[in-house]
Write a protein that binds this ligand. Structure first.
Ligand code: C2E
Ligand code: CA
Ligand code: CA
Length: 654
């Protein structure tokens, strides 16, 4: 069959129907997907609706124009007003859309509202009163005249405004996810609008071919696919919204005036689950927990805000209580193997902007609470309050002091003498690090700054500063000639598995001429269990040099006896929590435990140091039961080097 040329009218209709079909598909997909409740996204929805309305009026107007003799002129005019009015509205909506992208801006000022509304009012009035002319011939139809020119002018004004707005940079500091997305959004709008302008120009030149509808649908398609597609915010792992969505929602929520509550559901034992059941199983558990939460709180939007955390925003205080009740009563038992497994979790609630006025403050507090409230009982709800913020700020200040002190090597070392029950004198000492802030923080306990230093990767540096100070002090004062047989130096868990540790310690000992036998390295019970092969290797290499090892804080960890027997520490340090209760109010059971521990360690062939000896009664009891060394305030608090030397001279002269 011979081919037949399509008429211009046919092409125009087909283009318009195709464009409408494309927009209909976008609208369908947009409605079905899980969208973010952003003002800009709502505006995009409105933009889509306006696009669809414009395409429908375009088709109808073109049809009535071609059949102008059959329809009353007033109908043609009304249809043109609707068609032209909706076209004029589109760049105006786009302007608002860019304005509200991610709450980067809060609200309009009065002059901005005027600037925004005046061109539209002029255009609307113009559309109603200005004349319009129609041209219809055998090639097709088009309209022209003042009403059309007003439309072009109004569109041009808004397009210029949109591009001007796109060039404005936000001065505020946002999360990198938001900044990257915001940039992408602006580029997308610039290109999308460019596509429409290019198509409109072609239409302007070739009057008969009506492709402006194509331009609109291409612009909508482009913005939808590359930026407004809700799938960009979908979290595959948990079937919730992803972390980027969370970071985008925070400034948006803050930009809306009014309170909101951030609820965070955190799984506490995620690391243990990964270790014991594997990472894949951890993911299954997280997904199941998300499903259960979604069932318990239907219709809620959950965000996978941190690796082990699902968050949600609530704008009503009463709803918070209701949600907590529902989430609290949800069943989190998860089938595993033949039985069931229940992950440990806690919930944090943060009222904003009361406890977080900026995105950074919110992330800071969130990260702080997520890492510091593991130990809460399962299912506990933790309300963030002034004290949380104070603690968090204190930690931040400590971190600043720590960073400066590491750079200036400004740590001090104090020595706590250790009493030998056999020799009845101080035979060793434990070196303990001290940090003093000349500013308002004053003395900062190692219990506070050591864990922070570990988290921030500064512990190796601090460890090496302490070790160098100890070696230099011991060498300078030839401590071995003053009755000291060894010095105890603490190793943090991270240091003890650092493969470069033996070489590093060995070079410092060589530098100061310290016999490695003079060094006893303390490793906590927990670190010795978690250390694995790396720790074994380090201990082997350091032992071959001559160093000895103490198991610190025995009785505070899981007391893995098999591990203890295997590693064989030369010394075991009984923690004060094992000793004090045996001399407290109900001493019977604690005394049995203390006696059994002493007997067991002695049988394994290690020597014992009792920590936290504070009374004569404790000292006597422990000495009588075969404990070799006693350390505690009863003998001496940790003291500066020179005081320690005085104590040593005093005992020599006794
Ligand atoms: P630790 O290794 O168990 O050190 C013993 C802690 O108990 C010291 O606290 C000491 O002052 C305290 N203490 C000693 N005798 C008594 C007593 O009779 N009664 C009471 N109530 N306390 C006593 P300090 O110096 O505050 O150190 C706390 C922890 O910080 C240490 O516990 C250790 O885990 C860590 N640490 C201290 N210095 C260092 C270091 O140089 N490196 C590393 N990695 N950790 C260190
Ligand atoms: Ca210690
Ligand atoms: Ca200890």
């Amino acid at each position: 069959m011979a081919g037949q040329w399509l008429s211009v009218t046919d092409i125009n209709f087909k283009c318009q129907i195709l464009a409408l079909g494309v927009v209909a598909i976008i609208i369908y997909d947009f409605i079905r997907s899980k969208r973010l409740p952003l003002r800009s996204t709502r505006l995009f929805g409105f933009f889509l609706a306006m696009g669809a309305f414009n395409l429908v009026t375009d088709i109808v107007t073109y049809y009535t124009l071609l059949n102008y003799k059959l329809v009353p002129p007033v109908l043609n005019r009304v249809l043109h007003i609707l068609f032209i009015g909706s076209i004029e509205l589109m760049p105006a909506i786009l302007f608002l859309y860019v304005f509200y992208l991610y709450g980067i801006r809060k609200s309009f000022r009065k002059w901005q509202v005027a600037l925004f509304v005046i061109p539209f009012i002029l255009a609307a009035v113009g559309s109603v009163i200005a004349p319009i002319y129609y041209h219809v011939d055998e090639h097709g139809a088009y309209s022209y005249g003042p009403m059309v020119y007003i439309m072009y002018a109004s569109i041009a004004v808004y397009i210029v405004c949109v591009y001007a707005l796109l060039l404005c940079k936000s001065k505020k500091h946002y999360h990198s996810d938001v900044i990257a997305d915001y940039r992408k959004g602006r580029i997308t709008v610039a290109v999308g609008l460019g596509i429409w302008i290019a198509v409109a120009l072609i239409q302007f030149i070739t009057k008969y071919i009506l492709i402006s509808s194509m331009g609109i649908s291409l612009m909508l398609l482009y913005i939808y696919l590359s930026f407004e597609n809700p799938k960009r915010y979908a979290d595959e792992e948990t079937d919730t919204l992803n972390r980027r969505a969370f970071h985008i929602m925070i400034p948006e929520m803050l930009a809306r005036s009014g309170k909101f509550w951030l609820l965070n559901f955190t799984i506490d034992d995620n690391e243990q689950i990964s270790k014991s059941m594997g990472y894949d199983q951890m993911k299954v558990i997280l997904r199941t927990v998300a499903e259960r939460l979604k069932t318990a709180v239907p219709g809620a939007r959950f965000y996978h805000s941190r690796s082990n955390t699902l968050s949600m925003f609530v704008t009503d205080r009463e709803e918070v209580d209701a949600l907590l009740k529902r989430a609290g009563s949800a069943n989190f038992d998860i089938e595993y193997g033949a039985g069931a497994f229940t992950p440990q979790y806690h919930i944090t609630v943060m009222e904003c902007p009361k406890y977080g006025e900026t995105p950074d403050e919110i992330y800071d507090t969130l990260d702080y609470t997520l890492t510091h409230h593991h130990h809460h009982e399962n299912g506990k709800v933790f309300w963030i309050d002034e004290n949380t913020i104070k603690d968090k700020n204190y930690r931040k200040q400590v971190l600043a002091v720590l960073t400066k002190s590491v750079n200036d090597r400004a740590f001090n070392v104090v020595y706590q003498p250790i009493y030998s029950t056999a020799e009845k004198r101080f035979a060793s000492a434990e070196a303990l690090v001290r940090l003093q802030d000349c500013g308002k923080l004053g003395f900062i306990s190692p219990e506070i700054f050591i864990p922070i230093a570990e988290q921030q990767g500064m512990i190796a540096e601090i460890g090496s500063i302490v070790f160098e100070k100890v070696c230099s002090f011991a060498a300078e004062n030839r401590l071995w000639e003053k009755g000291i047989r060894y010095i105890e130096v603490n190793l943090s868990g991270m240091q003890s598995v650092d493969p470069s540790l033996p070489a590093q310690l060995s070079s410092v000992m060589q530098k100061y001429g310290i016999d490695p036998k003079f060094i006893n390295l303390e490793i906590t019970e927990t670190a010795s269990i978690d250390g694995g092969e790396l720790l074994d290797m380090n201990m082997k290499r350091l032992r071959s040099l001559g160093c000895h090892f103490s198991m610190d804080d025995f009785g505070t960890g899981y007391s893995n006896l098999a591990q203890m027997a295997k590693v064989r520490f030369e010394l075991v340090k009984l923690d004060k929590s094992l000793i004090w209760p045996a001399f407290g109010e109900n001493p019977e059971e604690p005394m049995v435990i203390l006696n059994s521990c002493i007997a067991m360690i002695l049988q394994l062939g290690s020597h014992i140091v009792a920590e936290g000896v504070e009374t004569k009664e404790q000292a006597q009891f422990l000495a009588e039961h075969g404990v070799h060394y006693l350390q505690g305030y009863f003998y001496s608090k940790p003291v500066p080097g020179e005081v320690f030397l005085e104590k040593l001279s005093a005992q020599i002269s006794c």
